[in-house]
Design a protein around this ligand. Structure first.
Ligand code: G3I
Length: 357
């Protein structure tokens, strides 16, 4: 199919006439149930791969930058911010009637080289506030939500409050969380201020300990009237590792989060195919089953407002390098394959969205 024909078919997919039944794009399946569907978006491919942009525009009504709003990109020098990549994505989202969310303002990873030599206990609070004010302020009024704090819990670090040992904790103590949310609430009151984390999905002792620690953190924040408004469930899942999944465990956890008055977003859903046999058909079946079971359970919680996969196509996924397959074949972990064809995972997500009441 040439580019023009493809774009016409993408436009058709996004139009009302083409949207009935299973073939409409995921954004329509989601919207029919009051939800948003989106994907983490890679900056390089968005500039260079027209098939990628066309499929993103067709399938998604929510976009989150995979990397370009992290400190290393957006704050490359102590006194310099770079919004060129983020603005490119924001422009793309606006042009295709998509909402956008921000990722992420406070994280122990992707801190630029200058951070360690420049940020001290004396200036850490001012530096954190300045970063949040500047980055959130730049997109003020345009963001659906922000991952204000990302991955702050790690029970293995041995603290009673479950907090991960991070540069921010060393510099400011646990108060860094309150500072971050208070600054975020002022910088962009319209964006939902979220807390985002992973490792919470399975019926295992590790995940249970992390669920308890995350709930403890969220309860403390709410009790102190810290303005956290949303919870991001990353949901990096595995079809090959076969950890025990119990829908009831997931639903109970999401119910407790919702009970705190928080909206919930499934923020980084993907399903690793590491450990599965090479045969693509059986791999696809196993991956799709995980998507469907997980999302069906998660979407039973009325507080869930959005589902995002961490990427849209197997052509661009962090799992390609992380979980390289022994036979060198592409990983098959996202809704669309390497050539942008819909896979069983796509249909599983559509079905789960359709069953949302
Ligand atoms: O852009 C540079 C490029 O200039 C350089 O040549 C190349 C050499 O390694 O690195 C490129 O940067 C990489 C970047 O992705 C863009 O591809 C970084 O090394 C690499 O560490 C970075 O990985 C990202 C990772 O977060 C760390 O930021 C992944 O793409 C991204 O998918 C992953 O996303 C995280 C979420 O933010 C938080 N939750 C977990 C999730 C998966 O790890």
């Amino acid at each position: 199919m040439n580019r023009r024909a493809f774009l016409e078919s993408a436009a058709c997919l996004a139009s009302a006439a083409c949207l009935s039944g299973a073939e409409g794009p995921l954004r329509t399946h989601a919207a029919a149930h009051g939800l948003l569907y989106g994907a983490a978006t890679a900056y390089g491919p968005l500039q260079n791969d027209p098939d990628y942009s066309a499929h993103l525009a067709a399938e998604c009504n929510l976009l989150v930058p995979e990397n370009v709003l992290k400190w290393t990109t957006v704050h490359p020098a102590p006194e310099r911010f770079d919004f060129v990549p983020g603005d490119f994505l924001a422009h793309f989202a606006a042009a295709h009637d998509m909402r956008m969310r921000g990722h992420t303002l406070v994280w122990h990873e992707q801190l630029p080289r200058w951070f360690a030599s420049t940020v001290t206990k004396q200036n850490a609070r001012a530096r954190l506030e300045e970063h949040i004010r500047t980055v959130m302020g730049h997109y003020r009024g345009r963001m659906h939500s922000w991952d204000v704090v990302n991955e702050a819990i790690r029970p293995q670090d041995g603290r009673a409050d479950g907090l991960r040992q991070t540069p921010w904790l060393d510099l400011l103590g646990p108060e860094y969380l309150e500072i971050a949310y208070a600054t975020a609430a002022e910088a962009d009151p319209q964006a939902l201020a979220g807390y985002n984390d992973y490792g919470l999905d399975y019926h295992t002792p590790e995940d249970e300990a992390k669920r308890n620690a995350v709930l403890g953190l969220l309860r403390r924040l709410k009790k102190q009237n810290v303005p956290v408004q949303a919870f991001g469930m990353q949901a990096h899942l595995s079809a090959g590792r076969q950890p025990t999944f119990q829908p009831e465990t997931l639903r109970r956890f999401l119910g407790e989060v919702a009970g705190l008055g928080l909206k919930i977003l499934i923020t980084e859903l993907d399903v690793s195919d590491a450990g599965l046999p090479d045969d693509a058909e059986s791999r696809d079946r196993a991956v799709a089953a995980v998507y469907e079971n997980y999302l069906t359970a998660a979407l039973a919680e009325p507080a869930v407002v959005a589902v995002l996969t961490w990427g849209l196509t197997d052509k661009y996924t962090w799992l390609a390098s992380r979980n390289r397959r022994p036979d060198g074949s592409p990983v098959r972990v996202l809704p669309l394959d390497h050539e942008f064809h819909r896979k069983p995972a796509w249909y599983a997500i559509a079905k789960a969205l359709d069953t949302r009441r």
